[in-house]
Design a binder for this molecule. Structure first.
Ligand SMILES: [Zn+2]
Length: 436
């Protein structure tokens, strides 16, 4: 049960806490057996008074560690986790079916289809990097305080962002028209959305088209149009990127013809790889070529101007759930460029993913008035996954994620990136100190 206003959840009859049995305090006027969770909430916050008088310490701590949503919302029944306590993709999927929600799954669907495609491994990485906004375009390097010419290498008038370089630049527009007959006018979304929509529409053609390719009793898959279209789109982007690097590092002048030739050459290379035995090797290769998990990132918005500020966050918690100081945890954040700027505090929490997500939430809360574009490093892969696929996320973090989403609404750009433990050592230091 994901608690909203608590009106639809019965304290003693519904399954909404993990520590069982629920430990009640022996008082003279206990809550009635059919009392609702809303009894324990007053004006959007837990009523600590009522809770402390009715429950034992451990149960109190678990209740108080549950984050309530900031907006008034109803309780949501959530598909039970698997026996091992994990929310598998499948159980999340069935929850979605039950509730009739389909939309938020599209990005995970996109990746599922994408990794299956017959594409050169380096193209998969290339698209993956663009989608995670980690491709080193000038604008991005500038944010990391690397001295660099930030203007677009093609038109030399606009800033080089992903959107501009691959889609909106006058030069790139002419390339798209030249290779595919595409007009890329009027696209104002992010490049990620654009790629996702474009490739999805190509793959869906594939589903419809496969009907007509059943021939002579054999299901002959027609690799034809959809595969060619997809390859053309990616080859065009690849050729733009290669030419951009030629100009940057070899001092060439922008040459439309050259980009078209590069694209054509790569379309042939891909076709060859698909049609020969090499295909088998490539296939094996592609499966293992998935990016390392420490690169997982959740991003929102577009970086436009101003400095990108980087922060580390970390949480420290107790492992033994039944020890007297279980639920005693601490969180911390620190500014990477200015390590004198940090905050740490004690909180109630016991799940690593819950503690980490609270650390992120508090970091955003503390710095969002000051900075418009921020990047937060966490060593929790689980929380980044939960942000990417909220429907499959653990129960304890759903409200926290909703609150994170609400709080980043006014930021120009935010990325939450999963990094190795060593990379959040400064935040770890403050968190473990605060917990003691
Ligand atoms: Zn340009």
């Amino acid at each position: 049960m994901q608690i909203g206003n608590g009106e639809d959840t019965q304290i003693f009859l519904d399954d909404w806490l993990s520590s069982r049995p629920m430990q009640r305090a022996g008082i003279s006027a206990p809550l009635p057996n059919d009392a609702k969770v809303s009894h324990l909430i007053s004006t959007g916050n837990w009523d600590a008074n009522i809770i402390w008088t009715n429950f034992s310490r451990l149960t109190v701590r678990e209740i108080l560690s549950i984050q309530l949503p900031e907006t008034n919302s109803t309780d949501t029944k959530i598909w039970r986790p698997d026996r091992n306590g994990k929310y598998s993709i499948k159980s999340g999927y069935w929850t979605a079916q039950e509730q009739g929600i389909t939309a938020p799954e599209t990005i995970s669907k996109f990746w599922k289809s994408f990794w299956k495609q017959e594409l050169l491994p380096k193209w998969k990485m290339f698209i993956w990097k663009i989608m995670q906004r980690v491709l080193p375009v000038a604008h991005k390097l500038e944010k990391r305080k690397i001295q660099i010419e930030t203007h677009c290498k093609f038109c030399k008038s606009e800033k080089e962002t992903l959107e501009h370089l691959f889609r909106d630049c006058q030069f790139s527009k002419r390339i798209w028209f030249g290779t595919m007959g595409y007009r890329t006018n009027g696209n104002h979304g992010t490049l990620q959305e654009w790629i996702q929509n474009t490739l999805n529409s190509i793959w869906n053609r594939n589903d419809e088209g496969s009907h007509s390719s059943i021939q002579a009793g054999n299901r002959v898959f027609d690799p034809g149009e959809s595969q060619i279209l997809m390859v053309k789109v990616i080859a065009t982007m690849w050729a733009i990127w290669i030419h951009r690097n030629e100009i940057t590092f070899q001092n060439c002048t922008p040459d439309l013809q050259r980009v078209m030739e590069t694209a054509t050459e790569y379309i042939h290379r891909q076709a060859k790889a698909t049609s020969t035995k090499v295909q088998e090797k490539e296939k094996l290769h592609t499966i293992t070529e998935k990016p390392a998990s420490h690169n997982l990132a959740w991003t929102k918005g577009i970086i436009q101007e101003g400095q990108l500020e980087c922060f580390q966050v970390d949480g420290a918690w107790k492992k033994e759930k039944n020890s007297p100081n279980a639920w005693e945890a601490a969180i911390a954040w620190v500014n990477e460029y200015n390590t004198a700027r940090w905050e740490a505090q004690k909180i109630l929490g016991s799940y690593p993913v819950q503690t980490e997500s609270l650390a992120i939430l508090h970091c955003i809360e503390s710095v969002r008035a000051e900075f418009k574009a921020i990047s937060i490093k966490t060593d929790s892969k689980e929380i980044v996954q939960a942000l990417l696929y909220p429907l499959n996320s653990p129960l304890e973090v759903r409200n926290i994620i909703a609150n994170i989403e609400a709080r980043v609404a006014n930021l120009q750009f935010i990325s939450i990136v999963n990094v190795k433990r060593e990379e959040v050592s400064k935040a770890h230091f403050h968190a473990s100190k605060a917990r003691k």
